[in-house]
Design a protein around this ligand. Structure first.
Ligand code: S3P
Length: 170
């Protein structure tokens, strides 16, 4: 197996973190998450960064942490859902390894994120509308990864699908 980074992109609730954890355990690779790196760097939660400093500052931090890890190999990278809306970030990710887009229907995403309150962008009156609008906006970016549709699949099934495709792309 090669040492290219396995990169997971996609909307909140697509299952990136769970699948990244599964891949890390299965491949014995370190898992990094851009949100986690930002929280370590700032010592603030993502929610606090949004509340206290705003989305623009958060997006800048996403770019900074990506530049800090761009030369890493042999890891699994779990990306925050909006990081790819800056094409520069997406280009960095493509240079690091293979980019997989975990997709899901908006209704499925809503069910999956309902339980969490740490996602500031969805703490709004009509989260389904926000999900649909943002998916439309981000489609052009997400589709630059290899799409893996996640509805109705277990974490292990999604992980296996990624590994099969990863093995094909040398
Ligand atoms: C965001 C997704 C979140 C987090 C932040 C913004 C987005 O990450 O980075 O709340 O813009 O889609 P997850 O996709 O890991 O939930």
């Amino acid at each position: 197996m090669n040492d290219k980074v396995i990169i997971l992109i996609g909307f909140m609730g697509a299952g990136k973190s769970s699948v990244a954890k599964w891949l890390g355990q299965t491949l014995q690779r370190q898992v990094l998450s851009t949100d986690g790196l930002i929280e370590q760097k700032t010592r603030l939660s993502i929610r606090d960064i949004f509340e206290q400093q705003g989305e623009v500052v958060f997006r800048k931090l996403e770019n900074e942490v990506l530049l800090e890890i761009k030369d890493q190999r042999n890891i699994v990278l779990d990306c925050g859902g909006g990081i790819v809306t800056d094409q520069n970030n997406l280009n960095i990710l493509k240079n690091m390894g293979l980019v997989f887009y975990l997709s899901a229907k908006p209704e499925t995403i809503l069910v999956r994120v309902k339980k969490s309150n740490h996602r500031p962008l969805l703490n709004v009156g009509d989260p389904l509308k926000v999900i649909k609008d943002k998916l439309n906006e981000r489609d052009i970016f997400y589709k630059q990864g290899q799409e893996i549709f996640t509805d109705g699949k277990t974490i292990a099934e999604i992980g296996e699908e990624i590994l099969e495709r990863y093995a094909e792309c040398k």
